[in-house]
Design a protein around this ligand. Structure first.
Ligand SMILES: Nc1nc2c(ncn2[C@@H]2O[C@H](COP(=O)(O)OP(=O)(O)OP(=O)(O)O)[C@@H](O)[C@H]2O)c(=O)[nH]1
Length: 401
């Protein structure tokens, strides 16, 4: 921690998860810090900021900056920096707490503080230091979504990039240092254990803390020094499982299962597209890439968050790169070569599935039915219709709602 930098904690979490409640708790707690606050509301009126000011009974010299009519992860990125730059000029506070809107993507918000933003007049890197990324999870709606076997949230708002709340919530969970499992009073204890297992599977690095009405010890979210951009970026459970694909056997705990599906033969494009549009509802997360026969140029990415499924071209196979470039790539990433095949290079399938009470054997069998048969291996794959790349769009969003 740089002593002359102002530490920053960012609170994320879906709408109504309890971010403002946590913020108020922290502002009224006795931690000896002068905290300045940025509150990002999406609505016309800055309800939260008014609420915070009222509830926390802030003295006139405390600072609350309201950012509304846009999201600090996209449209208001530069504006937020201008504001915190002005704040820093006065330096009458020693901690900055940011409540992002429910639909803010955490990565760009973190990047804004950790690396600055090209369009902004203020460069935060000499003044601020990102200390802790906190995600508040609404345990009650998270749990209900399990039981309904469907969405992780039932809000239908899309953010500016057209992503649905479930995808954003998963980003918020997968990219954070501390997870506050809030509204625990509304959920029975055994369900809480299950929720924790799911959260751990999705995000093994984060510290998980159960809260009711945001009753967290401020030390758990202020001045923790836990944030590390690279670690946060690499910390998603699915990345962890892919990288340490030590266990292809399903890992089961409290009915929560995760496993890596890996095959070196391609899928039949039509069959895998059909399967991807009909994945079990109990699957909370699917992520990774696969080889679709006929697409020896690009890997297909899969991203399932709750009910939303996206599948489409996600990057060239390394095997398509010129020898020199490929060598450089491998040199920088030892260990990557382990899976290389003489015939097909890195063309292969590696998919991580995380779900609750779903029948993994049945899913594995269905996936295996999508893999090319011996006869199909000898066919002309170019004749297959590619459902993953329609004319106008590079990405096909398969949404099975
Ligand atoms: N039962 C229960 N209610 C809670 C808890 N935490 C917060 N609430 C209530 O849930 C509602 C939403 O809480 P907020 O703190 O405003 O949530 P938020 O995440 O800031 O919401 P947005 O700013 O709209 O995204 C409020 O009515 C809170 O009083 C909790 O642990 N249990």
């Amino acid at each position: 921690m740089n002593d002359d930098h102002i530490p920053v904690t960012v609170l994320s979490g879906s709408l109504g998860a309890g971010k403002t409640t946590v913020l108020n708790r922290v502002l009224t707690a006795d931690h000896g810090l002068d905290v300045a606050v940025v509150v990002n509301d999406m609505g016309e009126v800055n309800v939260d900021a008014e609420h915070v000011a009222k509830q926390s009974d802030l003295a006139g010299d405390e600072e609350i900056i309201e950012m509304s009519n846009g999201c600090i992860c996209c449209r208001l990125r530069g504006d937020m920096l201008d504001e915190v730059g002005r704040l820093a000029d006065r330096r009458e506070f020693d901690y900055l707490l940011v409540e992002s809107s429910g639909i803010s993507e955490p990565v760009p918000v973190a990047q804004t503080f950790a690396m600055g933003f090209e369009d902004a007049s203020f460069d935060p890197t000499g003044t601020y230091e990102l200390d802790t990324m906190v995600t508040v999870v609404n345990a009650h709606s998270f749990w209900e979504s399990f039981d309904s076997g469907s969405a992780l949230t039932n809000q239908q708002l899309e953010d500016d990039s057209g992503r649905v709340p479930e995808e954003v919530l998963l980003d918020q969970i997968e990219f954070c240092d501390v997870l506050l499992c809030n509204k625990c009073d509304l959920v029975p204890d055994d369900a809480l254990e299950e929720i924790e297992v799911v959260l751990e599977r999705l995000q093994p690095r984060a510290k998980i803390i159960r809260t009711e009405f945001g009753d967290v010890d401020p030390d758990e979210i202020l001045g923790t020094g836990r944030f590390d951009f690279q670690q946060a970026q690499d910390s998603a459970g699915w990345k962890h499982e892919l990288k340490h694909d030590h266990h292809h056997d399903p890992q089961e705990e409290h009915g929560v299962t995760s496993f890596v599906y890996q095959r070196d033969r391609p899928f039949h494009p039509k069959r895998i597209a059909t399967l991807l549009s009909d994945l079990p509802d109990e699957l909370i997360r699917a992520k990774g890439f696969f080889w679709s026969a006929g697409r020896e140029d690009v890997a297909m990415g899969v991203d399932k968050a709750g009910t939303s499924v996206r599948a489409g071209p996600s990057g060239k196979w390394l095997a398509t790169l010129p020898e020199q470039e490929r060598k450089k790539y491998f040199a920088a990433r030892p260990g990557l070569k382990d899976d290389w095949s003489d015939e097909w290079g890195d063309r292969m399938t590696r998919l991580v599935f995380i779900g609750r009470e779903f029948e993994e054997d049945a899913l594995i069998e269905r996936l295996d039915d999508c893999v090319l048969t011996d006869d199909e291996m000898d066919e002309n794959w170019d004749a297959y219709i590619d459902p993953f790349e329609p004319q106008e769009r590079r990405e096909l969003a398969l949404t099975n709602q």
